[in-house]
Design a protein around this ligand. Structure first.
Ligand SMILES: Nc1ncnc2c1ncn2[C@@H]1O[C@H](COP(=O)(O)OP(=O)(O)OP(=O)(O)O)[C@@H](O)[C@H]1O
Ligand SMILES: [Mg+2]
Length: 336
């Protein structure tokens, strides 16, 4: 038979839960007096309160220095305590989330330290910007080194033709003209390649499925690794940015499998759910140890995959271990 737990034991249990909670907690009664506060709250909000000597302190006097919280709580006191959220508040040298929740005999304030999440977001954003910067530099280089010299040569040839004017014999003239035409063709090709790198034409014209099929077929033609692509897409098109994002993510993950994994096979799956798209890229290669790679060899590719996914409010899960291959799952929510 279960024993009835004594009231004091429940109180002790509750205060131990509050004491050991992974976030700061302050319980306040209907007269706005603090009835319970833990060390985490004292430290995060820099309170001048001893959790053991509350003596029914009024909350407002203690949190004047956290202006937004003070404002919310005074406003809240007049409105009979509504729930409230203060997100990513910058206080002291930290970022904190503060939630106010109504409970039976008052309300409870929960303070969560999100400084680390914010720092990670900044790192991801910086890496994405760095990635974009690298891509811009690469394209600028291709335009400068590839198209620039060809145009200068065409200019030289045309100058020559115009200076020799009628003195140039027919064979020489035809030869130089055909050289110019060849160079114009090659520039047209270069421009097409560069613009395809910016936004593949097939993706613009026909959408994500033909674009991925095309990407996979191109790699399969090299016959070093077999890429198998399945999909269950019924919608004709998705927002252009999501299509481009998924295409770039897929390109990076396949490229990683080709470059690093020694895999013989990569499975790519794109599945449409009513409110999301799920991309899964799985290789049967040598996998890697996430913790040590992050320290020793953090590339830009995976960080970009993560920040692209985050930009769509999605989730990126990378499941891998040495000799276990790599499975990357990306879920992107769809607005209906
Ligand atoms: N499919 C994979 N199989 C085995 N190792 C992988 C795989 N994908 C990534 N890795 C490991 O993780 C590291 C980080 O990958 P990431 O894509 O971020 O950078 P990278 O490919 O080295 O460089 P880049 O910035 O050009 O993408 C790689 O260097 C590699 O060691
Ligand atoms: Mg990479």
């Amino acid at each position: 038979m279960k024993k009835k737990v004594h009231n004091d034991s429940i109180k002790n249990l509750l205060s131990s839960v509050v004491k050991n909670a992974p976030y700061g907690m302050i319980a306040i009664d209907n007269c706005d007096q603090i009835v319970l506060v833990n060390d985490q709250a004292v430290s995060l909000l820099k309170l001048d309160v001893n959790p053991n000597e509350l003596n029914d302190l009024v909350i407002f006097d203690q949190i004047k220095h956290v202006e937004q919280l003070y404002f919310k709580l005074t406003q809240n006191s007049e409105n009979q305590h509504q729930d409230f959220n203060l997100d990513a508040l910058q206080f002291d040298d930290k970022f904190i989330n503060i939630r106010g929740r109504k409970i039976v005999e008052g309300y409870i304030v929960i303070i969560e330290d999100i400084t680390r999440d914010k720092e990670m977001e900044m790192v991801a954003l910086n890496s994405m910007l760095e990635g974009q910067e690298l891509e811009r530099r690469r394209i600028a280089k291709e335009i400068h080194d590839g198209i620039g010299p060809s145009l200068s040569t065409i200019r030289l040839l045309l100058e020559n033709i115009s200076s020799e004017n009628n003195r140039m014999d027919n064979t020489k003239f035809t030869g130089q003209m055909s050289e110019i035409l060849d160079m114009i063709d090659s520039i047209t090709g270069d421009i097409r390649d560069i613009s395809h790198q910016l936004m593949p034409k097939i993706l613009l014209d026909f959408g994500i499925i033909p674009a991925l099929e095309n990407l996979v077929n191109r790699i399969n033609r090299a016959e070093r690794i077999k890429i198998i692509f399945y999909h269950s897409i019924l919608s004709e098109r998705f927002p252009e940015l999501i299509e481009l994002g998924l295409y770039r993510i897929c390109q990076e993950l396949i490229n990683n499998a080709v470059k690093h994994s020694l895999a013989t096979e990569v499975q790519v799956q794109l599945v449409e759910h009513p409110d999301s798209l799920i991309l899964m890229v799985e290789d049967n290669g040598n996998g890697f140890d996430k913790t040590s790679i992050m320290k020793e060899n953090p590339g830009v590719g995976l960080i970009n995959v993560e920040s692209r996914t985050n930009a769509f409010g999605g989730n990126f899960i990378l499941d891998t271990a040495i000799s276990k291959g790599v499975t990357a799952t990306i879920e992107i929510p769809l607005e209906k």
